[in-house]
Every structure is written in C-alpha cells, then in structure tokens.
Design a protein around this ligand. Sequence first.
Ligand code: MLT
Length: 428
Amino acid sequence: MSEFAELKINGQSYNLPLVTGTENEVGINIGKLRAETGAITVDPGYKNTGSTSSAITYLDGENGVLRYRGYSIEEVAEKADFLEVTYLLIYGELPTQEQYDNFVADIKKHTLIHEDVRKILEGFPSNAHPMGVLSSLVCSMTAFYPESLDPNRSSDEVDLSIVRILAKLPTMAAWAYKNEQGHPVNYPDNTLSYTENFLKMMFAVPAEDYKVDPVIAKALNKLLILHADHEQNCSASTVRIVGSSHASLYASISAGINALWGPLHGGANQAVIEMLENIRKDGGDVAKYMAKAKDKDDPFRLMGFGHRVYKNFDPRARIIKKAADDVLTALGVNDPVLEIAKGLEQIALEDEYFVARKLYPNVDFYSGIIYRALGIPTEMFTVMFAMGRLPGWIAQWKEMRENHEPIGRPRQIYTGYNERSFVAMGDR
Ligand code: MLT
C-alpha cells in the first residue's frame, strides 16, 4: 500500500500522507493541504471526512459490523449489563467484578439530584419537551458542581464528574417525564439496578408497591446497550467539537442532547411512532403509504428506514427486532400500531423499490416499537436514546481531551458578494 495519495492541482503534484487504522481503513491526512496548496476540501455533512482517530467504536457500514472496544454488538447486547458496557466504552476494558462493583456503588452514591433542581424543573411548562428539559438540567450541573467547569483536572476529579452524570441522568429523565405529566416525582431507589431504578422512577405511583417487570428491565438493558455509542454520529461529533473548546463535560453532553433531539438523528424513533399513528388514524392501509413513499411528489416521508452509514442492514435493528418480538409476546401486547409497523416492514423487505434503495427498517424503526410496548411514552423515546448514548458521549469527550485534540474549526468556500463600498442609508 502506498504511503501517499498524489494530488494534482493546476498541473502541480502534491503527496498527501495516508493513515491506516487497525481495521485497514485508509484516510488521507490533509492537515497541511491548505498551507501547501491553498486549497481546502469541501464535504457538507462530513460524510467522507474523518474528524479524528478513535479507539472506542468500530463500524463497517457495508458489512453491518458494530463493535465497542473490539467486542461485537451482538455479544455485548446478549451477554453484558449496561453499566458493564458503560465502563468498557469509557475506560477501554471490560471491568473485573471488583471494578464493576465499585463502579455501580459509586453511581448509586450520586443518583439523587440537588433539591434546587426541582425549582428549575418546576419552572418548565408541562408541554415542555423532555429533551429540552433534560439538556437544561444537565447544563445546570455546571452550577451545582462548579469544579466540573475545568476539564483539565485530575483523572479522579474527571471520573467523579463522569459518575455524577451517569448517576443523575436517569433521575433527571424520569423527573422530566413526571413534570410533563404534572405528577409528583419519584426519588431513586438504590436497592434496584440502573434500569430497574429508572423504570420505578418513571412509573411508580404513590401508595402503590411498584414492581419492575423483569422482562421490561431486561429489554431496556439491551436497548440502552444498543444505543451506547456509534462512532462519530451527529451528537457525538457535537460533544467533541463543543468539548474541543475546553468546555466542560456537562456543557458538552448538554449540547449532544440537543443535537440528538433532531428528527434526523435521535428524534427519528419518535417520528416513527408518530408516522405509524398517522397511518392508523387514516385507516391503516400500509400499501397506500408505501406507495406514497415511492411517489417523489408526495410529501409523505417514510421514517425509520435506511441509514447514512449502514448500506445493507443495521446490526442493531436485527437485535432489536428479535427483542421486540420477544417483549410483545412476553407482555401479550396487541397494538394496532405495531401491526401497521409489521406491514410496513414486510413490504420494505420484499418490494424491489425499497430493497434496491437499501430502505430496510433501522434501529429507530424498531426502538420506537419496543419502547411503546414497554409503556415508554412517545415523547420520551429520544430521552431513552440519550440515556443509552450517554456512555458513548462521555467516552468520546474523554478520548478527545486525553488526546489533547485541537479546537474544532472547519473552513468554508465563500460564495457571497465580492468587495463592495458601503452605501449611505439615504442612497439605498
Ligand atoms: C446513531 O446511532 O447515532 C444513529 O444511527 C445515527 C448515526 O450513526 O449517524
């Protein structure tokens, strides 16, 4: 393999060094391109541009491969606990039993949030979207833990900031939901596991002895693992670029939550269920809607199909599809919206139009279905995605800081006016 890529501009040749990753991915290092050639690259959405080198997550879009620190998504989803995967992503290795126990114990110490956070929470109207509440409450942690503002503190202090947000995010998420419902909040129950505690904070009601359904807790554990990281997606890149200015972990995570909120990213699972509900309200004719999806003049957009990176299938979708079937069966769920989903899925997997365009059901299609079956309200779907993605965001931020990466500052190609003289107001 050559060590350089040759670039010719106006007859002059330039040699650009090649970099090769541990999975033999090849990148062209353009770090000196502008200085040497005066030219820059242009790649809206950065679909062909590597922003960094990372050892956290590997994905192969052509072959549907996803690995966390080298472990396949299939194995960790089947065999691991979410906090085990959280530790793996952030610290690079699967924890020993002692490391895991200490990690869980540290998190349990910090599940409560400052009572003054309730004053912030109660300031939101009940129609506030939980993602906006969550990003605000996470950013408020910079005020309650001002020492977290300095990202260059000792590793022990950074680890404490990490444990605090891992511990408090589920509480904040559940409280955001309760605030939207106008219901009293539930305080953490540290006798329970991470997922069981979240479910109890979400669904327990006063004077009832709420028992977590183990089927639901197990499914939620798997869902969080499947969403834990996905290399340089929109929200992870947001966390990195905000953190690259030496903004704090909490400010960077809050920015990541806001990036995830968009319907083209983490908001897709909510958009899927809203699409299914609309189809149900219109009579549930899936063939009609799949025909609308093919009609480029029709404003209907099919949500939850295809993926920017995975060209053949999303490995997470395969795992979630089976989990969804298992959960629906175990819980005896009979939901017309879910039947509509199965109808859309069948057409998408069989109709040449969708097969040729790789429009297969993706992770957002099935996650919306399973969250609904678990009783998670639609407006909380993206919050669930955020709870799963939190370890990945933390790992990406930590790696970026430990590698002393420079501040992110992309360039542009200017397309505006050439120089012109100012015109006085009266002469315009
Ligand atoms: C994700 O998991 O972040 C989504 O699949 C989006 C992406 O990777 O671009």
